[in-house]
Design a protein around this ligand. Structure first.
Ligand SMILES: Cc1cc2nc3c(=O)[nH]c(=O)nc-3n(C[C@H](O)[C@H](O)[C@H](O)COP(=O)(O)OP(=O)(O)OC[C@H]3O[C@@H](n4cnc5c(N)ncnc54)[C@H](O)[C@@H]3O)c2cc1C
Length: 427
């Protein structure tokens, strides 16, 4: 039978938002549990691994977690399902249930990967994906890398690749020079970001540039880019391509949390970071992407609010507003151009798990039609990649999440079934 544990505050996600929420909530003495599917706390930005060097801020937050005896961090733990009210089914080396009084969702965001000819070739990854691989120990020394897509993450990925000895031969940003220059001109409002942008400046950076295709046999060998209206071909060993971030809302939606305004694709929260459900808060990039500082401010407010410390929560509202303004600037400046929708050709795979080309989806009426009649989203990733792409390309509503949220061992499910049987027998 599955073990049942209890806590006052359960936090899902140990990125900046989750760590800040835990530290804020812990000050009142409540029992806090933080679960995360990564091997160590830090989330996407402070991802650990043999090729990672953790910045001081990451170490500071990790130390703060460790200093509180009432915070328990469960790394390498996945959320599987929501078996009962105020309860999650979790899995690490065992399956177990955790019952909570307050829940804080800090599930972050994932990269938006969009299809273009050649995007399934070995050597083509997301921009953040490449960063994660390098931090996990992927050797890239001496490799020629092209980074393409949109947003500051391209520069962060380039910096990680270069530090690992790679040669970044081009960074192709789809936003125009005017948009990027406007973004840079406004950075004085966030001096830390202005300073960071100077360290990330790169001679290979080109605006109004987008990927047309990647070529190669068993591995990518070159990319074609449309640069200021002119097509160029660049020889390379790797391509890293990301078009911004998509909030991870699956768990929130499975619980029944409302989404923000139509088209925002993020969890809706009020001034205290409370979702549409009582006792369920959300913070960080699952409420919209905007960087680690925004995530830290939201996490701090959610943590204080969850333990009833409204006064402390209020004190961080100004800081949150400052970073919300930064996020709004980011969204405006790096909005995807309509031409990005034209990247896939008729034979370009949109669902790479089930080999579904763009042409097979063009006449579908929506996600359910595409799933039922073309098998789009029916493969291993369960629509996590092609669902976001289809939403961007066709405007389809994303697939509704269903349990299990992650691949699960049969013994975990069997333990839960035993629980249900026992409950039935008692009735
Ligand atoms: C691939 C990638 C790379 C990035 N690199 C950078 C960078 O170099 N610099 C930068 O400024 N910003 C980067 N970002 C943006 C970055 O995500 C944010 O600035 C910041 O990390 C957001 O903090 P967060 O706490 O909201 O979410 P995250 O940092 O994303 O943390 C969320 C955590 O929740 C975990 N999680 C999610 N769902 C579940 C679940 N169901 N069960 C268990 N655990 C779960 C995730 O594994 C993750 O550890 C990156 C984003 C991505 C997607």
């Amino acid at each position: 039978m599955t073990a049942l544990e209890h806590c006052d505050v359960l936090i899902v996600g140990a990125g900046p938002a989750g760590m800040a929420a835990a530290v804020a909530a812990a000050s009142g003495g409540a029992s806090i549990v933080v679960i995360d599917d990564n091997p160590a706390p830090g989330g996407q930005i402070w991802r650990d691994g043999p090729g990672a060097s953790l910045p001081a801020a990451a170490r500071k937050w990790r130390d703060a977690l460790a200093r509180h005896a009432n915070i328990r961090v469960c790394s390498g733990t996945r959320v599987i399902a929501t078996p009962a009210c105020n309860e999650l089914l979790l899995e690490d080396e065992r399956g177990w249930r955790m019952r909570w009084k307050k829940l804080i969702l800090c599930t972050g965001a994932r990269e938006l990967l969009l299809p273009f000819p050649g995007w399934t070739l070995p050597g083509v990854t997301g921009a953040g994906g490449l960063q994660a691989l390098i931090k996990a120990g992927l050797p890239v020394e001496g490799e020629r890398i092209v980074i393409a897509g949109s947003g500051p993450l391209l520069l962060a990925a380039a910096s990680t690749a270069r530090a690992a000895g790679a040669k970044v031969v081009r960074i192709a940003e789809q936003a125009t020079l005017t948009a990027v220059a406007g973004f840079a001109a406004n950075l004085w409002r966030w001096p830390g970001k202005a300073a960071q942008s100077v360290t990330l400046a790169d001679p290979q950076y080109r605006t109004a540039s987008r990927i047309v295709s990647a070529q190669g046999g068993t591995q990518v060998e070159s990319v074609r880019l449309l640069q200021g209206g002119r097509e160029v071909e660049i020889a390379c060993d790797r391509v890293a391509c990301g078009f911004g971030l998509t909030p991870n809302t699956q768990l929130g939606r499975l619980l029944g949390c409302a989404l923000a305004a139509e088209g925002a694709h993020a969890l809706a929260v009020d001034a205290r970071q409370l979702t549409s459900l009582p006792d369920v808060y959300a913070a960080g990039e699952c409420t919209g992407f905007g960087g680690s500082e925004r995530a830290l401010a939201e996490g701090t407010i959610a943590g204080h609010a969850a333990v009833g410390n409204e006064r402390a929560a209020k004190q961080h509202e100004g800081e949150r507003a400052r970073w919300h303004a930064f996020a709004a600037q980011l969204h405006r400046s790096f909005a995807l151009a309509p031409a990005i929708r034209q990247m896939p050709q008729p034979d370009t795979l949109v669902c790479r798990c089930e080999d579904v080309p763009f042409s097979a989806l063009a006449d579908c009426t929506g996600w359910t039609d595409a799933k039922l009649h073309r098998r789009c989203g029916m493969g291993a990733c369960q629509g996590r990649v092609c669902g976001d792409a289809a939403q961007f390309l066709f405007g389809w509503t994303p697939p509704a999440p269903r349990p299990p949220l992650s691949p699960v061992r049969i013994s975990t499910l069997a333990g839960l079934a035993g629980q249900a049987d026992e409950g039935d027998a008692r009735q």
